[in-house]
Ligand binder design. Structure first.
Ligand SMILES: C[S@@+](CC[C@H](N)C(=O)[O-])C[C@H]1O[C@@H](n2cnc3c(N)ncnc32)[C@H](O)[C@@H]1O
Length: 407
C-alpha cells in the first residue's frame, strides 16, 4: 500500500496566462519592426518581447529589462522569433564577450549565447527560472542559492565540432550552418590543443560532407587527444564540466549518509558516474539502469560492490513492470534523466511502496517541475533543490533535488 502524506503542492498550477491567450492574435508579418521591452528570459536563452499586436517574440541577444527596436524574423509555433535592431536602453550588466566568435546571427557561433552578459546576471536569470517554476508549485522555499562554476572559461571537457572539410567550427545559433572558429576559450586546455591540431589538418577531404549531407561531426574529449577523434562517431555520455561534476558527486555522497545498507535503484546511470558514489556510500544492493548498452558494459567492468546492472529503455510502458522486483524493495531512487525527464514516473513509484528517499538530478526545469507534481501526488516532500551551473554562458541549468516520503 502506498503511504499517504499530505500533498506539498499549495498553489494550483496556473491556467493559460494572458500572454498565452494573446498568442492566438493575428501574427505580425516577417520583417515587421516594433519597439519593445524584454519582459523575461526564456529557458532557451532568448529575451521575450511582446509585439504591439500581442504576440510573444523570442529575441536572441536581448536581456531582461532592455528596451529597443526589434524585427520579426520567423515563427516558432504560435510565437515569433525576432532580432534586435537597435538597443535604446541596454542592461547595465552587458559585458564585452570573452570570445570573438560570440554573436547571434547565422555566421556566429551559437555555443555560448549568454557571453554578452555578466556572469552574476546569468546566474540570477537561472535562479529566477527555477524560482518561477517552484512558485507555481507552491514550494519556492525549497530552493537553495545556485552553485556558481569555479571557472567560467576553460571548463568544457567535451564538444562536438563541425567541419565541411575546409573549416572547423560549431553550429551557428538555431541553424545547421557552420560558424567557423579558430579557437574556443570555453574548452579545456587539452581540448583547445586538440582543436588546434585538427585545424592544422585542414583542408581535410575526409571531413567533406556527402552532397547535401550534414556537416561532419568531430567529437572531442579531453580524456583523449586529436589522434582519437573519429568523424561522426557517437560519444558516450559524460558530464561536460569536470569541476562541477565533482561537486555533484560530493552532493550525492553527502545526501545519502543515512542510507547505508538500504536497497537503491538508479535510473539513467550511464557508465556509473553516480553509481560508484552509491556503492561507496554503502547502499546495498544497487540496481543501475541505462538504455546505452556500451555505458552499462563499462559500468559492469568496474566491479562495484553489490551493484547489479541492466540495459533497459526506461521510456517504454513495460520498463516499470520489468523492474517490479527491484522496485518492491527499493528505499532509495536516484535518477538523472535526459531533458525529457521521466513521464512514466508514477508507474515506477506505484511499484515502490517502501521508497522513502529520492535524489533527482535534472537538466530541465520544465520536465523536473512536471515530475515533481507526480511525486507530490505520491506523497513525497521536496526537501531541497540545489541549482548548479554546469555550463556558464549558456541557459543550461542543472538541479540536484532531495525528496523524502514519511513512513
Ligand atoms: C544525463 S545522462 C546521465 C548519465 C549518468 N548519470 C552520468 O552522470 O554520467 C542521461 C542518461 O540517460 C540515458 N538514457 C537516455 N534515454 C534513455 C532511455 N530511454 N532509457 C534509459 N536510459 C536512457 C543516456 O544513455 C544517458 O546515460
Amino acid at each position: 500500500m502506498p503511504r499517504k502524506a499530505p500533498p506539498q503542492r499549495r498553489g494550483k498550477p496556473r491556467g493559460p496566462t494572458q500572454a498565452r491567450r494573446r498568442l492566438s492574435r493575428q501574427a505580425p508579418a516577417i520583417g515587421d519592426e516594433f519597439p519593445g521591452t524584454v519582459r523575461d528570459v526564456a529557458a532557451t536563452g532568448e529575451g521575450i518581447v511582446e509585439h504591439p499586436g500581442g504576440q510573444v517574440c523570442f529575441v536572441p541577444g536581448a536581456w531582461l529589462g532592455e528596451r529597443g527596436r526589434f524585427r520579426i524574423t520567423g515563427r516558432r509555433g504560435r510565437a515569433a522569433t525576432g532580432a534586435l535592431v537597435a538597443l535604446e536602453a541596454p542592461s547595465p550588466d552587458r559585458v564585452s564577450p570573452p570570445c570573438p566568435h560570440h554573436g547571434h546571427d547565422d555566421a556566429r557561433c551559437g555555443g555560448c549565447p549568454w557571453q554578452f552578459m555578466a556572469y552574476d546576471a546569468q546566474l540570477a536569470a537561472k535562479e529566477a527560472r527555477l524560482r518561477q517554476a517552484l512558485e507555481r508549485l507552491g514550494v519556492a522555499e525549497a530552493q537553495a542559492p545556485i552553485w556558481a562554476a569555479p571557472e567560467t572559461l576553460g571548463y568544457r571537457n567535451r564538444a562536438r565540432l563541425r567541419s565541411d572539410g575546409e573549416r572547423i567550427g560549431f553550429l551557428a545559433a538555431g541553424s545547421n550552418r557552420l560558424a567557423p572558429i579558430d579557437d574556443c576559450p570555453v574548452l579545456t586546455a587539452r581540448n583547445r590543443e586538440t582543436l588546434a591540431a585538427l585545424r592544422a589538418q585542414l583542408p581535410e577531404p575526409a571531413w567533406r560532407p556527402r552532397r547535401r549531407g550534414p556537416l561532419t561531426v568531430l567529437p572531442i574529449d579531453d580524456e583523449q587527444g586529436p589522434e582519437a577523434v573519429t568523424p561522426n562517431a557517437p560519444q558516450a555520455f559524460r558530464q561536460g564540466n569536470s569541476a562541477q561534476n565533482t561537486r555533484m558527486r560530493e552532493w550525492l555522497a553527502g545526501s545519502i549518509t543515512d542510507l547505508a545498507g538500504r536497497p537503491a535503484v538508479e535510473l539513467f546511470a550511464g557508465s556509473g558516474n553516480f553509481t560508484d558514489v552509491l556503492a561507496a556510500g554503502g547502499c546495498r544492493p544497487v540496481l543501475a539502469l541505462d538504455s546505452a548498452g556500451d555505458a552499462i558494459a563499462t559500468l559492469q567492468t568496474r566491479g562495484l560492490p553489490a551493484v547489479n546492472t541492466l540495459a533497459l529503455d526506461l521510456f517504454t510502458e513495460t520498463a516499470p513492470v520489468a523492474l517490479e522486483t527491484a522496485l518492491a524493495s527499493a528505499e532509495l531512487l536516484v535518477m538523472d534523466p535526459p531533458r525529457e525527464g521521466l513521464r512514466q514516473l508514477p508507474a515506477f513509484i506505484r511499484r515502490a511502496p517502501r521508497l522513502s528517499a529520492i535524489r533527482y538530478i535534472s537538466c530541465d526545469v520544465a520536465t523536473f517541475a512536471r515530475d515533481l507534481e507526480a511525486l507530490f501526488d505520491a506523497g513525497f516532500h521536496l526537501d531541497e533543490v540545489q541549482p548548479l551551473d554546469l555550463f556558464p554562458h549558456t541557459p543550461h541549468l542543472e538541479l540536484l533535488a532531495t525528496l523524502s516520503r514519511p513512513a
